[in-house]
Design a protein around this ligand. Structure first.
Ligand code: FES
Length: 156
């Protein structure tokens, strides 16, 4: 396990590589999210200070793009598609069932750090609506009744 000190060393290296390029903020933030898994406040401060920009600029970008996360994510990330095709095929009921089963709201992470639940835009697999992904795995034509079986795959 890489400790925080080492992660910050990696971050400083990335900052040094991009600092003098035009538009260094996005690549640095992408790399920071890769390194830390999310963008904690001390990481945002480090980025802002290194680039000589304000913290609110960094925070603004971090909150604008859904790719960036301000909270640590769980071991498994469940994304339920709320795009039109999935919505009309009942993805809300699937999302509600997951929310109930895990005891968290969309956007939340279970206390044991096992699962993060997200509601997302079209995942590009509308023919399989309603669709959810768990990490890289795609589950199609999901019904609320199938939720326990899907979760059990990832609960050891
Ligand atoms: S609307 Fe859900 S995959 Fe496209």
């Amino acid at each position: 396990m890489v400790d925080n000190k080492e992660k910050f060393a990696q971050l400083r290296k990335v900052i040094a590589e991009h600092k003098d390029e035009p538009g260094p903020l996005m690549p640095i933030m992408h790399a920071a999210q890769e390194i830390f898994g999310y963008l904690p406040m001390d990481v945002q401060i480090e980025i802002a200070e290194s680039l000589g920009i304000t913290l609110s600029e960094v925070y603004g970008v971090a909150t604008f793009y859904s790719h960036f996360s301000l909270e640590p994510k769980g071991e498994h990330v469940i994304s339920v598609c709320m795009g039109t095709a999935c919505y009309v095929k009942g993805s809300q009921a699937v999302l509600d069932k997951l929310s109930d089963s895990l005891g968290i709201q969309p956007g939340g992470t279970t206390k044991d750090g096992k699962f993060t639940l997200l509601a997302t835009r079209c995942l590009g697999a509308c023919g399989l609506a309603p669709v959810l992904t768990v990490d890289e795995a795609v589950h199609g034509r999901v019904t609320p009744d199938e939720v326990p079986a899907i979760l059990s795959i990832y609960e050891d």
